[in-house]
Design a protein around this ligand. Sequence first.
Ligand SMILES: Cc1ncc(COP(=O)(O)O)c(C=O)c1O
Length: 449
Amino acid sequence: MVASVAATDIEKQIVDLYRERFPISKQHHDKILQFIPGGATRSLSYFKPYPIHIDYGQGAYVFTPEGHKLFDVTNAYGALVHGHGDPAIVGAVQAGIAKGSQYSAPTLGQYELAKLLCDRVPGLEKLRFLNSGTEATLFALRTARAYTGKDKIIKMSGGFHGTHDCVAASTQKGVVTAGIPAGMTADIIEVPFNDFDAIENAVSENASHLAAVIMEPFLGAGGIVLPAEGYLEHVRAVTAAQGVLLIFDEIFSLRVNTGGCQKLFGVTPDLTTVGKLVGGGLPIGVLGGKTEIMNIFCHESTSEPLYHSGTFNGYETVMQAGIAAVKKYDEDAVSHVNQLGESLQRGIMESASNNGLNIQCNQIGSLLNIHFVNEPVTSVDQVAKSVTQLHDLLHLSLLNKGIFSIPRGLLILTTVMTGEEIDFLIAKIDETFTELMPLVRDQYAHLLL
Ligand SMILES: Cc1ncc(COP(=O)(O)O)c(C=O)c1O
């Protein structure tokens, strides 16, 4: 279909205004391109026509080199749960690093963060520290395979567990990432999230070779797709019945509750990975689980413990930041940020309806995802139907209006935010929906109420 002049104009106006408002970011982008391919060292940080650059962050805001103050709803993809430069975390890091940042020996900082997490998260009886979520899920799978002596792993289509080969390879779409050997998928079985029969059949058909099922309790990066009622319980029951380990990857989802989704839904896995917020914004990954399984790493319980080393494991400064962040993320803080999430979801849906838009906004706690889809989004296939052009324009137009969001419609809130700031965000989303309506009417009539 050929776009009408009005619809084409909308895109041009938004992109032109973006270029006008962020000229210094463009200069920085050109500069960084000389040494960093793509101009961003993380694929997700790049967007067209070029990404904004950030000078510094403070509380709920980031500041660009142009001097724009942007309300930040990206929050380092969930690593920041208290906003930027939280005084308790900064203080802990400064005091900690002055004493020394990292040692070739265990510390009580590691004990303290481990205890805090084990006290909170039902599935964490013992744990090990790593440096990223990717590393944590890599070791989760290795642990499950070593413990069970089996090789096969089931994962969910649309689930995200980082970038190592085993989880980045997709059996459904073929190997999606160039550079991953085709054989990597030989021991991976993929099932659709929220499909009760698919998981039951896959587990029972493969039980004799199956080490574990790895899953996020809800699809996070995949679009905040929530588990159908009884789904997590069902997966727990079918894995337990066949002696297959269940791994919950709560690297993203932990923040919905002090004890993660496993506490919220009352379903305890055998192994759990956490990360992001538990490092207070510094790099971290954590793998933990039942004592009996985690003792595979214990020199005092087994003659040949599973080898797990890493120069930066249990980095002392990260421990200090993590302890401060986790302590501060108590029941009151969780309840505050989750209420903001609920108001934002209500506000977005009201605005959509006032504009005549039939779209979705999935939400759990402080995490939301707008979907330009005209039916409830409960599967990864529905997420895939969302209209990319509308996401791109919503994202750029919000930047023009002082909001820094994630291009695919994911919104991540922090405890430092207030109800007034959420109202401001809703107002800006509302203005953008209104701005986009001529394009929707012209090109995407299926999204009209
Ligand atoms: C559920 C989940 N697992 C694993 C990862 C990978 O973590 P990292 O980016 O720290 O390697 C992420 C990151 O977004 C995640 O959301």
